[in-house]
Design a protein around this ligand. Structure first.
Ligand SMILES: [Zn+2]
Length: 158
C-alpha cells in the first residue's frame, strides 16, 4: 500500500558528484538497496536518510519542482550550466541558470500575456497555437523586456 511507503534520499559518495535519488520504501534498508541499484553503485557506497518532506509524493516520482526546491540541480536548457534554487529557476519544467533566468522570465511573461489576450480561441485542429497580431506581440514583448529591467552590464573606462 502506498500509505506505508516512506521517502528516503539515497546518495552515492564514490563518483565525486554526490548523485542522489529519492526512493519510496517501507524501510531504510530497502530504500538503500533500491537506491544503490538506481545509481548503479554498490550498497556500501550509498547513504540513505529519511526525507519526510517527500512523503506526500509516494509512491513517486517526486516532481522536478519539488526536487529543485529541495536542493537538486538541473542543467540549464541553454548552456548546460547548473541551475539550482537560488542560482537559476525552473519554469514550466524547464531549468535555467542564473544567466538565462531573466530571458526565461521575459519569455514566460510574453506567453502569459498572449494567452490572456481577449477574444482569442486557438484553432480546433491546433490547440497549442496562440493567436496574436504583430502589433500586439511587439507591445507585449516590449512591456515584458521593460519590466525585466536593464539587461546590459555596462561600464566606462576601467
Ligand atoms: Zn544557462
Amino acid at each position: 500500500m502506498a500509505e506505508s511507503l516512506k521517502a528516503y534520499i539515497v546518495t552515492e559518495h564514490v563518483s565525486g558528484e554526490d548523485q542522489a535519488v529519492v526512493r519510496f520504501a517501507a524501510s531504510n534498508v530497502i530504500a538503500r538497496r533500491e537506491g544503490a541499484n538506481g545509481l548503479d553503485v554498490e550498497f556500501p557506497d550509498v547513504s540513505c536518510k529519511r526525507a519526510e518532506h517527500f512523503d506526500g509524493f509516494a509512491p513517486g516520482p517526486v516532481p522536478d519542482h519539488a526536487l529543485f526546491k529541495a536542493g537538486w540541480w538541473f542543467f540549464c536548457t541553454h548552456c548546460q550550466a547548473r541551475a539550482s534554487d537560488g542560482s537559476g529557476a525552473l519554469i514550466d519544467g524547464v531549468a535555467y541558470c542564473s544567466d538565462h533566468e531573466n530571458a526565461a522570465t521575459v519569455a514566460a511573461r510574453v506567453v502569459q500575456d498572449v494567452a490572456e489576450l481577449p477574444d482569442r480561441t486557438s484553432p480546433d485542429d491546433w490547440p497549442d497555437a496562440m493567436l496574436v497580431t504583430a502589433k500586439e506581440l511587439r507591445r507585449i514583448v516590449e512591456d515584458a523586456v521593460y519590466a525585466a529591467g536593464p539587461q546590459v552590464d555596462g561600464g566606462y573606462g576601467e
